[in-house]
Design a protein around this ligand. Structure first.
Ligand code: 3AM
Length: 175
C-alpha cells in the first residue's frame, strides 16, 4: 500500500510580502496575542484535502492541471479574529472573482474525489496567529499589500522536529 500525505491547495505569498507581513505583525500584535506562523508558512488555503493516497493525489493533480483561468491581483487589506478557531487572519476586503472561482473549482473537484470539504463558506485568509484565545485588538485600517497571483500550489503539510512545514509538491500557472 502506498503512503498517504496530508495535502492542500493554496496560494503562495511572495517572499518579500511575507517579510513585510511578519514585520507589521510584530508591531501590531503583542506576543501574548497568539502563536505566530513562520514567514515561510504564510499562505492562502484554497482547498484542504486531508490524508491523500498517491493514486488520489495523481487524480487531483490531473484535474488541477486542466484548470484554465487567468491570474489576478490580490490585495490583503483586512484583518480579523475568529475566536472559535482561535485564529488571527489577514485577508482581502474584496476577494477577487478569480480567487473565488479557483477555490470553488478546487473544492468541488476535491469533494468529487472523496476529500470532504467544510460546509462553512470559503473565507480566503492568511493565518497570522494561532491559539489566539483572548480578545485581540485589531490593527486600524490603512495597511495593505498587493501582489499578482499567477500560480497555485499543492502543498504537503509535514510535522518535523516539533515544527509544521508546508512543502510545495506541485505548481500550476494561471494564464
Ligand atoms: O490556511 P489555514 O492556516 O487557515 O487550518 C489548516 C490550514 O489552514 C487547514 O489547512 C491548512 C493547512 O494545514 N486545515 C487543517 N485541517 C483541516 C480540516 N480538517 C483544515 N481545513 C479544513 N478541514
Amino acid at each position: 500500500m502506498s503512503e498517504s500525505k496530508r495535502l492542500f491547495f493554496a496560494l503562495e505569498i511572495p517572499g518579500d510580502v511575507q517579510q513585510h507581513i511578519v514585520r507589521w505583525r510584530a508591531e501590531q500584535f503583542p506576543v501574548e496575542a497568539g502563536r505566530p506562523i513562520a514567514a515561510a508558512n504564510l499562505h492562502i488555503t484554497l482547498a484542504f484535502l486531508g490524508d491523500v493516497s498517491e493514486e488520489k493525489q495523481r487524480i487531483l493533480a490531473a484535474q488541477a492541471s486542466r484548470i484554465a483561468q487567468p491570474g489576478f491581483q490580490l490585495r490583503l487589506d483586512d484583518a480579523g479574529h475568529w475566536p472559535r478557531s482561535r485564529v488571527v487572519w489577514l485577508g482581502p476586503r474584496q476577494a477577487p472573482r478569480g480567487l473565488l472561482q479557483l477555490a470553488n473549482l478546487l473544492r468541488a473537484q476535491a469533494a468529487r474525489s472523496g476529500c470532504a470539504q467544510s460546509p462553512q463558506p470559503f473565507h480566503p485568509h492568511v493565518t497570522l496567529l494561532r491559539n489566539a484565545q483572548h480578545r485581540v485588538a485589531l490593527p486600524p485600517p490603512g495597511f495593505g499589500w498587493t501582489f499578482p497571483v499567477d500560480a497555485f500550489v499543492l502543498y504537503e503539510s509535514l510535522f518535523e522536529q516539533g515544527r509544521t512545514r508546508y512543502k510545495p509538491v506541485d505548481r500550476w500557472l494561471l494564464k
